[in-house]
Design a protein around this ligand. Structure first.
Ligand SMILES: [Zn+2]
Length: 297
């Protein structure tokens, strides 16, 4: 319940539209991904209009945290994070959301305490891939593709939110917002570090150009997408302690330090690069023929 309390405190002190990376970070991640898609991706998705919409959708799931929509706010809150320490304590991560939830309940725990990040990201990615497959079908049949193009843009933008959250190390750990447990290095235990790092510090100090410069070259994600996504989260998690070290050194006060700015730019770039690669991979995989489940029946 410590984490739930931390989340509630965090939400309570944040501006209404806030969440991982705040508005600015999420918009930047989504725009940079949209603007760096490889040429194989259809032109409509690489257009300025698509980039504008995908950018707008970066913070979209944070707009679902309002007390005006309490059922939605409660159900979707766990989709923004995963406490890998707690999830891993239950054994290997099942790739199916309901299988994971069953495991959590069986252990006497609650999914909203542990988080559902990788399942939500994978499912939204699969929605994107399904829409892209539909686009291919309609294109081949010389039918109007405008409606499915709009769906694809929406799914790509929505996906960007979770991929962005996943590059924020504090979204992968019980160390979500103030150090818990043994604390030999004297890291902050206050409930401020999370939003200080991802919100005001990013908004005041990080710009598109230095983030773009740290993006990787586009590549298709090989192997299983869920496994690849979990590996991405585990890499983020290796930076949890670094965030606390930087905070301790004053890295998120005012202008911060050269190291804290560089670190934050690299994390935003990791989110943008992963989102771009996931959209690209969805496009490539949407070309795969789907076996007819009723064939021969
Ligand atoms: Zn979020």
């Amino acid at each position: 319940m410590v984490l739930v309390a931390a989340v509630l405190v965090c939400v309570a002190v944040q501006p209404p539209a806030a969440g991982a990376w705040g508005n600015e970070g999420h918009r930047m991640i989504n725009r940079l991904a949209a603007n760096s898609l490889p040429a194989e991706v259809p032109a409509f998705l690489r257009s300025e209009a698509a980039a504008n919409e995908i950018e707008y959708l970066g913070p979209e799931p944070d707009r679902w945290r309002s007390p005006a929509e309490p059922e939605l706010a409660a159900a979707q809150a766990p989709e923004h994070f995963i406490d890998l320490e707690l999830a891993d304590a239950l054994g290997p991560l099942p790739r199916n959301r309901l299988a994971f939830e069953a495991k959590v309940f069986a252990a006497g725990e609650r999914p909203e305490k542990i988080g559902l990040q990788p399942w939500e990201a994978t499912e939204v990615w699969e929605r994107l891939k399904a829409a892209m497959r539909e686009y291919r079908t309609l294109s081949a049949a010389k039918q109007n593709t405008l409606p499915v193009e709009q769906a694809i843009i929406f799914y790509a933008g929505w996906l960007g939110h979770y991929v962005g959250d996943g590059s924020q190390p504090l979204h992968t750990s019980i160390q979500y917002n103030g150090w818990v447990g043994a604390n030999p290095h004297g890291y902050t235990t206050g409930h401020r570090i999370h939003w200080q790092f991802e919100g005001p510090f990013v908004a005041a100090n990080l710009h598109e150009a230095e983030v773009r410069a740290r993006m990787t070259a586009p590549k298709a994600i090989g192997g299983d997408l869920f496994d690849g996504y979990v590996a991405y989260l585990r890499h983020s998690a290796t930076w949890v302690e670094k965030v606390y070290q930087l905070e301790k050194a004053g890295g998120f006060e005012g202008r911060g330090t050269a190291e804290s700015r560089s670190f934050t730019a690299e994390r935003l770039a990791a989110g943008a690069s992963m989102l771009r690669d996931m959209i690209y991979t969805a496009w490539l995989q949407s070309a795969k023929p789907v076996a007819d489940p009723y064939a021969g029946k």
